[in-house]
Design a protein around this ligand. Structure first.
Ligand code: HEC
Length: 116
């Protein structure tokens, strides 16, 4: 009788262990080695690679040169808004988002995004 309980308990513990390992596993980026810290990217690099995929290309609204408050930018990036997806801290790091949001707020408009 106690043998059955123990096996069931062992299975539960094993399942929980497997689950917590999966949940705690750090995200892997292309070319990243386990435990390797990735350097924070600059704001204009993130804009060019991530935001600029839509913004300034007639997919998302123009966001540069409009003095959109940094707090608003941060909120929208983390929560998404209608057609815009939310970005997780594994995609845009907290310190990267701080710099990006301030950069967007203080940015000048870009001629090429307005088509002239
Ligand atoms: C997949 C396309 C896509 C990507 C990538 C994207 N956005 Fe957006 N974003 C949108 C769309 C579409 C909207 C308009 C949402 C709406 O209609 O409410 C938007 C809206 C916004 C707004 C509000 C603009 C306004 O006029 O009120 C901000 C700020 C913003 N995005 C910032 C960013 C930042 C910063 C990034 C990069 C981390 C980013 N977005 C990446 C599609 C995108």
């Amino acid at each position: 009788m106690s043998g059955i309980v123990n096996r069931a308990q062992t299975r539960a513990v094993l399942a929980l262990t497997a689950l917590s390992v999966a949940v705690m596993a750090p995200p892997l980026f292309a070319g990243q080695k386990l435990g390797e810290v990735q350097p924070a990217r600059s704001a204009d690099e993130i804009y060019a690679r991530t935001c600029g995929y839509c913004h300034g290309r007639n997919v998302g609204p123009i966001i540069l040169g409009r003095a959109i408050p940094a707090e608003t930018v941060k909120y929208i990036v983390r929560h998404g808004q209608n057609g815009m997806p939310a970005f997780r801290p594994t995609e845009v790091k907290p310190e990267e988002l701080e710099a990006l949001a301030t950069w967007v707020e203080k940015s000048a408009a870009r001629k090429q995004e307005h088509g002239y």
